[in-house]
Design a protein around this ligand. Structure first.
Ligand code: UD1
Length: 419
């Protein structure tokens, strides 16, 4: 099994490009199921989760043509079966995103229940209840969601509680081909929801309010293919910015979208980093030897993203001062704490809050990646630590970070993939 070997204490400097956003690519690929003609998706990140989604579509008989530059042409008109099997769903919970499109377009879907995952129970009840409200008949049996609808789904009002990103996306997609108007209240405002809506609008959908907490979709009879380029990955960009705030140095990230990173940029500035940006790049310079500790609480967009929480636990562990990091989105998203503690971090967990006493240095150690963002936090810890850090189970990282070791090497890090 591949591992990452990092020799720490090297400042980062140079330029890299942001990759396309995983969390935007996945729903957009699922949206191809709604179309009568091929959808072309560009700026796709080369990631295991994207491959899994393409495999899932392929397993249904959808024709997937991938070009060298990670542009994919997806033709769903060749579809043969409407089943998302457990073998694929279990490796990626976002597979649930095919439920809405399949029901809306083909009036039938069988999707394996994703089950729990490392960061909490992560139920899909909101997805199921919303489809029921839209007229679907849903049975849960043998670990599968078996859904069908007579005729078209029906537009209705759906109020989410709590707010859910993929449930909002599933309903938007389902509503595009439903009869009448669907109003989603307490909708997720994440930029990836806007990206999906923009792609669907390009396909002929009628959607208003994406990016606000009320989204209105007027169903249409059919959607056609279009060509759409996925937005940059704000979590990837945020992760590299945080790395620089920890190691020191000066890095420019091109093809980024700073407007979607406000909460993260504000925190990095309060840590002492200097940040400049324009519409599509961000420059970070960290002159201080150590960042200043910063407390935070995660929440749905535009609050501080849960997907950046682990990276900031890592930053705070070597910061000057004490801090608290409170997780409000997922119930069990602190597995990185034990691993950072193995490197010397002084962190105590109190319920959903990590209480962190910043120390002057971490020491390299063998550690284990437990989930995607936890793995990123260990990479950051390894970059700043004294000595060598080996990170095991990096398949988690490959789900969400495109060529992480190559990008970090470009910035001067001593990092390599070993087996
Ligand atoms: C998405 C992102 C993930 C990010 C998360 C929160 C994708 C592919 N993944 O995940 O990277 O960490 O948003 O920003 O976009 N919930 C329910 N019932 C449901 C659905 C969710 O109770 O049916 C709860 C969850 O347990 C969690 C909260 O709602 O506590 C938010 O989860 P949600 O926004 O649904 O996360 P995902 O869409 O799975």
């Amino acid at each position: 099994m591949d591992k990452l070997l990092i020799k720490g204490k090297k400042p980062l400097s140079g330029e890299i490009y942001a990759s396309g956003a995983k969390n935007s690519a996945l729903p957009i690929l699922a949206a191809s199921l709604l179309s009568d003609s091929p959808l072309t998706v560009g700026n796709l990140p080369h990631l295991n989760d994207v491959t899994t989604m393409l495999e899932l579509l392929g397993s249904m008989g959808v024709d997937v043509l991938l070009s060298d530059d990670m542009e994919v042409r997806v033709d769903a008109s060749t579809i043969k079966n409407l089943d998302a099997r457990y073998e694929l769903v279990k490796t990626m919970r976002a597979s649930i995103l095919v439920l809405g499109p399949l029901l809306a377009k083909y009036q039938k879907a069988t999707v394996a229940l994703p089950g729990g995952c490392a960061i909490g129970s992560r139920p899909v009840n909101l997805h199921i209840e919303a489809m029921r409200l839209m007229g679907a008949d849903i049975n849960i049996e043998d670990g599968y969601i078996r859904a069908s609808v007579k005729g078209r789904l029906k537009g209705t009002k759906i109020i989410f509680e709590p707010v859910s990103v993929t449930a909002t996306e599933n309903v938007i997609m389902a509503a595009t081909l439903a009869e009448g108007e669907t109003v989603i209240e307490n909708a997720a405002r994440e930029p990836e929801v806007i990206d999906l809506a923009n792609c669907l609008i390009g396909m002929g959908a009628k959607i208003k309010g994406a990016g606000t907490d009320t989204i209105v979709v007027e169903g249409v009879k059919s959607l056609k293919g279009t060509s759409f380029s996925v937005m940059p990955d704000r979590v990837e960009v945020g992760t590299y910015l945080t790395a620089v705030a920890m190691t020191g140095g000066k890095v420019k990230i091109k093809s980024a979208k700073p407007e979607y990173l406000s909460s993260v940029i504000t925190k990095l500035e309060s840590c002492g980093a200097e940040i400049e940006s324009s519409e599509d790049w961000i420059l970070i310079e960290m002159k201080k030897e150590r960042p200043i500790a910063t407390s935070l609480t995660t929440g749905p967009y535009p609050s501080f993203p849960t997907d950046m929480q682990a990276q900031f636990v890592s930053l705070n562990s070597i910061a000057k001062g004490n801090s608290t990091v409170t997780e409000t989105v997922f119930e069990n998203r602190f597995m990185h704490v034990q691993e950072i503690a193995r490197m010397g971090g002084n962190i105590t967990l109190k319920g959903n809050t990590a209480v962190i006493q910043g120390i002057s240095k971490l020491k390299g150690a063998p550690v284990m990646a437990t989930d995607l963002r936890a793995s990123a936090s260990l990479v950051l810890a390894g970059l700043v630590a004294e000595g060598s850090t080996t990170i095991d189970r990096i398949y988690h990282i490959d789900r969400g970070y495109e060529r992480i070791e190559e990008k970090l090497k470009l910035l001067g890090a001593d990092i390599e993939r070993i087996s």
